[in-house]
Design a protein around this ligand. Sequence first.
Ligand code: ATP
Ligand code: MG
Length: 395
Amino acid sequence: MIFQTFLLKYGEIGIKGKNRHLFEDALVRQVRYALKGIDGEFQVHKSQARIYVDCEGDYDSDEVIAQLKTVFGLVGICPVVRKPDEGFEQLKKDVAAFVDEMYPDKNITFKVEARRSRKSYPLNSMEINYSVGEAVLEAFPEIRVDVHKPDVMIHIEVRNEIYIYSQIIPGPGGMPVGTNGKAMLLLSGGIDSPVAGYMIAKRGVSLEATYFHAPPYTSERAKQKVVDLAKIVAKYAGPIKLNVVNFTDIQLYIYDQCPHDELTIIMRRYMMKIAQHFAGESGCLGLITGESIGQVASQTMQSLAATNEVCTLPVYRPLIGFDKQEIVEVSERIGTYETSIQPFEDCCTIFVAKHPVTKPNIKIIKRSEENLAEKIDELVKTAIETVEVIEVRQA
Ligand code: ATP
Ligand code: MG
């Protein structure tokens, strides 16, 4: 079946009152972004609380649908057969042909649901429902009507042209990216942080990201993996500015000056401080991490408290109550898993202690950090000044 238009439905939440057009405009923008990289010409426009994508040229409907499924804020994607209005007799024929092609097995029940945006149409919705229903019954003797629980709901919209559809493919839900500010994702090459970024973006938040790289302990390949992950997240979240911070000297200095069982916590505190610096520079309203309570020593309640203590911005941890398996499921669904499990070294695993503290005491951690007094400010300043910025767009 060839679909000429996709009718996009969005939820009611967040669209009420004077913010509605902002919500719709952001949704239109994200739909255009999602369709940018694929073959075909797409006219995206909004009308009467719906968004329409009219397709021209050489496009693949399945590819269009796959892309639309990445747009937060959409709850339904309806592939539409669009026909010129050539009178009601023709409309009945068009609907019968639609039913014939979409449902080769006619052992189904159906109902017709018409809606007129063009009120000058000679028949009203009830009359259209009735007469089109009758025409379908006449065309296919096996088919039956069920007005309460039909297997198939055939929607007809009378606009300048006639729109016919019956499928409503679920969208990802959430809110359109760009309607809820921006946050800074601490993005590593692991499984968790890309999922965390996805989940916050789903609530309408644009993302910026920071990755702490430790050459030569972490390779170019490890960095490329993070860029690849950012590209996948950018499919959903829109373009991501990725700050790649050279963390080697800071890490080595901490390694030299502090007790090894506290390394991860102290490193994490410096990561947060530096990410927060970039967040402030670019108007991010919070930090995002992939932490989950108890997953590893650096994510016990005490460790999270010690990490959090250096943060002045809110830290969003959307995976906080997730088990690893639940996180893996989301990462498979959104397409980051295969990249995340590629075996490249992680800057945090290289310097980890055999027996890290699991219940760090903030006072003791701060005392250890006093050993860094001589050089740390200079090292942090250099790390910030030598940041490499990569503008990441969808894969
Ligand atoms: P992930 O799978 O996201 O790497 P993880 O289970 O490996 O998480 P940790 O290594 O303890 O967990 O990291 C916890 C969080 O700290 C990560 O989810 C991420 O947000 C941040 N983080 C860790 N390492 C880095 C890094 N090198 N660059 C940026 N952020 C990092
Ligand atoms: Mg990690």
